[in-house]
Design a protein around this ligand. Structure first.
Ligand code: SF4
Length: 345
C-alpha cells in the first residue's frame, strides 16, 4: 500500500499544474457540473465537449432543462447514446425543482435519492460542486488504483469497487473534488490502459506495479465475451403522400426515440403487413446496409423500400424525419434512402 498524504499532495500539485482546460472545469454551478458528469458516463471527453457547450447555451439553468420538451431534449442528446441518462437527468432535475427550490442538494443523503444518481455520479458531483468527502470511482481510477497497489482483484466486481472507494475516502484530502479529478486525469492522460507513461508519472515513487515491473499485468484482464450478432431487415414503408412509417420506441433504453420498422431477417412480409395492418408492395433489392457496433452487440441491417396505399397513424412527412430523435444506428439507415432511386429526405 502506498503512503498518503505525501501521495495526495504530490498528485494535487501535479493536477493544478497539468489539468486539461475543459468547459465544465470553468464553472462552479452544481447543475452544470452534474450535467457534465451525466454526459461523461460511458462517453469520451472529446465527444462530450460540443454537447456540453450546446446544452449549457440552450438550457442555461436547472429550470430550463426541467421544463424542456422531452422530445427536444432527446434530439439534442442524439449521438451521445445511452438515452436513459438524459431522461433520468430530467426526471431528477424536475424533482430538485419541486422539492429543493431548484437548488441541487448539497447533502449526499438527499442527492443520492435522485433518479440516475449512483455511486459515481453522486461522488463526483458532491465532491466537485460541494467538496463533500466522497470518492468518484470510474474506470480510470480503478486502473490507477490497481496499478498503484498492485491489486490483482477483479476491478469489475462491485465489492472490489466499494473497497477501492473506501480506500480513497479513508485519507481523502480536504480538496476532495480536485483529488477525484486528479486521479481521473492521471488515468486519462498518464496511466492509460495500453501505453502508461510511467517515466513522467508524478506518483511513480508510490507505484507498486512499477516497482515490480508488472505494470501491464494490472488491472487483471478478464476474457472479453464475444459480442452477440443480430441480423435485421429494416423497412422504409412509404405512401404516396411523401410520408414514411416510423415507430416511437417504448422500451426502457430507447424510450421516446424513433425507429424504422426493424425485423429479424426471417420475418415474412405477411407478418409485417399483419403487424401494422398495412398491405405492402414486394420489396426490391436492398438499398444498402449498415453494421452498427454497440458495447455488447452488433447489428447487421439491410434496408428495403416498400410502398403502401393505406393510412396509418405512424406515418410522418419525409421532410420532418430529421427533426425527430433517433439513435445513430437508425440515422445511418435513414441516410441510405438519400442515395436510393426515387426517394429523397
Ligand atoms: S507509475 Fe505507471 S503504472 Fe504506476 S501509476 Fe504511474 S503511470 Fe500508472
Amino acid at each position: 500500500m502506498f503512503k498518503r498524504p505525501v501521495f495526495n499532495n504530490t498528485l494535487l500539485n501535479w493536477y493544478q499544474a497539468n489539468k486539461r482546460e475543459l468547459p465544465w472545469r470553468e464553472t462552479s454551478d452544481p447543475f452544470k457540473i452534474w450535467l457534465s458528469e451525466v454526459m461523461l458516463q460511458q462517453t469520451q471527453v472529446i465527444t462530450v465537449i460540443p454537447y456540453f457547450k450546446k446544452f449549457i447555451t440552450k438550457y442555461e439553468n436547472l429550470d430550463a432543462l426541467a421544463d424542456a420538451d422531452e422530445q427536444a431534449l432527446l434530439k439534442d442528446w442524439e449521438g451521445l447514446g445511452y438515452y436513459n441518462r438524459i431522461r433520468n437527468f430530467q426526471h431528477a432535475v424536475k424533482e430538485v425543482q419541486e422539492k429543493y427550490d431548484s437548488k441541487v442538494p448539497d447533502r449526499p443523503e438527499e442527492f443520492f435519492k435522485l433518479k440516475g444518481v449512483g455511486p459515481y455520479i453522486g461522488g463526483a458531483v458532491q465532491s466537485i460542486a460541494f467538496n463533500n468527502q466522497l470518492a468518484a470511482v470510474d474506470g480510470n481510477v480503478l486502473r490507477v488504483m490497481s496499478r498503484l497497489n498492485r491489486d490483482g482483484r477483479d476491478m469489475t466486481k462491485a465489492s472490489v469497487q466499494k473497497d477501492v472507494k473506501h480506500f480513497i475516502e479513508k485519507d481523502m484530502p480536504l480538496e476532495a473534488g480536485d483529488f477525484n479529478q486528479a486521479l481521473m486525469e492521471l488515468g486519462a492522460t498518464i496511466c492509460t490502459p495500453r501505453t502508461p507513461k510511467c517515466v513522467i508519472c508524478p506518483v511513480k515513487e508510490h507505484c507498486e506495479a512499477l516497482k515490480a515491473n508488472e505494470v501491464m499485468q494490472y488491472p487483471l484482464k478478464k476474457k472479453q465475451k464475444a459480442k452477440q450478432e443480430y441480423y435485421y431487415n429494416v423497412y422504409f414503408i412509404l405512401n404516396d403522400k411523401d410520408e414514411i412509417l416510423l415507430i416511437k420506441q417504448e422500451d426502457d433504453l430507447l424510450k421516446g426515440m424513433y425507429e424504422l420498422p426493424r425485423f429479424d431477417v426471417d420475418t415474412s412480409l405477411e407478418s409485417i403487413e399483419e403487424k401494422y395492418d398495412l398491405p405492402l408492395s414486394q420489396p426490391g433489392a436492398p438499398i444498402g446496409d449498415h453494421k452498427h457496433v454497440f458495447t455488447h452487440k452488433i447489428w447487421y441491417m439491410e434496408g428495403y423500400i416498400v410502398y403502401t396505399a393505406n393510412e396509418h397513424e405512424n406515418f410522418i412527412p419525409l421532410k420532418d424525419v430529421k427533426t425527430l430523435p433517433m439513435s445513430v444506428a437508425m440515422q445511418k439507415m435513414i441516410n441510405l434512402i438519400n442515395t436510393a432511386p426515387d426517394s429523397e429526405l
